[in-house]
Design a protein around this ligand. Structure first.
Ligand SMILES: [Zn+2]
Ligand SMILES: [Zn+2]
Length: 298
């Protein structure tokens, strides 16, 4: 887990974040994702300055192991001076050694956030799920941590005041907000009440706006007027040429389906898996991966 540096904002990693959500559904299945309907509770990972450092860190690690359901895994947490914020040794287990940066000795309230990310590394390691390259694999780890209910801690560790800022993880605050919002929309959860950081709340709001836009893209019936008009124009073009590949600024494309008919493909607003439905007006489809029912006007 990286440490320090200026805080990047916006959605620069959105494509990888979305690919991570799809990969998670593919590896875990709908049923397993559903078992994560409850987030890590603030009280279960609370850590105050009166707590014993080592016992407290072990307790929080155990809570995360329990949350991710890693029955026989044991986390051994230690502290040392290092460049990174935290690190975990991915061995065969059942014992895993997690190192936390010395600065957490005096920033105990963020230990839960650091451990949420490191224990997720163990979870993904055991699943055999990874993305090639450190950057993408860290984005997968942050996305999985957040989608499965522990990542609100990482977003809440983002704090800024006039003189300093701090953030954990590889996603920008807005991207953490986005994944958290996707989760909130799926499970009907309101993570905003857990934030202690005002900056986390702002980032969550921006992430939620982005997440809502996912569900308002044509051919979904929730699309806005401008999007629908643009879609109708593209569909006309596709009908004249029997296909229309990916266009800039839109996420749908058209392919021929025989005897002059067309299929439109677009990403599922929940899991981002691509869905294909016939172009014939009102169509109700169900995503095969995450089971979301999609009302379309094709
Ligand atoms: Zn990491
Ligand atoms: Zn889906």
């Amino acid at each position: 887990m990286a440490n320090g540096g200026p805080v990047e904002h916006g959605f620069p990693h959105l494509d990888t974040v979305r690919a991570a959500i799809t990969a998670l559904y593919k590896r875990l299945s709908y049923d397993t994702v559903q078992t994560f309907a409850t987030s890590v509770a603030p009280a279960d990972v609370a850590f105050c300055d009166q707590d014993d450092l080592y016992l407290g860190a072990q307790r929080v690690a155990r809570e995360l192991v329990r949350h991710y359901r890693l029955p026989d895994a044991r986390m051994i947490v230690s502290f040392r001076e290092m460049t990174y914020a935290a690190n975990v040794e991915l061995a065969a287990g059942p014992e895993y050694f997690i190192e936390l940066n010395d600065r957490f000795r005096t920033h105990r309230r963020d230990i839960g956030a650091a451990l949420a990310h490191e224990v997720m590394h163990v979870y993904l390691h055991r699943l055999g799920l990874s993305f090639p390259g450190t950057r993408d694999n860290e984005i997968l780890t942050d996305t999985a941590t957040t989608y499965l209910g522990a990542g609100w801690l990482l977003l809440d560790a983002f704090r800024e005041d006039g003189v300093s800022s701090q953030k954990l993880g590889y996603l920008t605050p807005e991207e953490f907000g986005y994944v958290l919002a996707k989760r909130a929309l799926l499970f009907g959860e309101d993570p905003a009440v857990w934030f202690t950081s005002p900056q986390a709340y702002t980032a969550y709001t921006k992430g939620m706006a982005q997440a809502r836009r996912d569900a308002q893209q044509p051919p979904l019936t929730a699309a806005g007027w401008a999007g629908r008009r643009h879609y109708a124009r593209d569909r006309r073009h596709a009908q004249e040429h029997s296909a229309l590949g990916p266009q800039p600024g839109v996420s749908y494309s058209f392919t021929p389906a025989g005897s002059g008919s067309l299929l439109v493909s677009f990403p599922c607003p929940t899991c981002r898996q691509r869905i294909r439905v016939p172009v014939r007006g009102r169509v109700r489809a169900r995503c095969g991966l995450c089971r979301t029912v999609l009302e379309c006007d094709t």
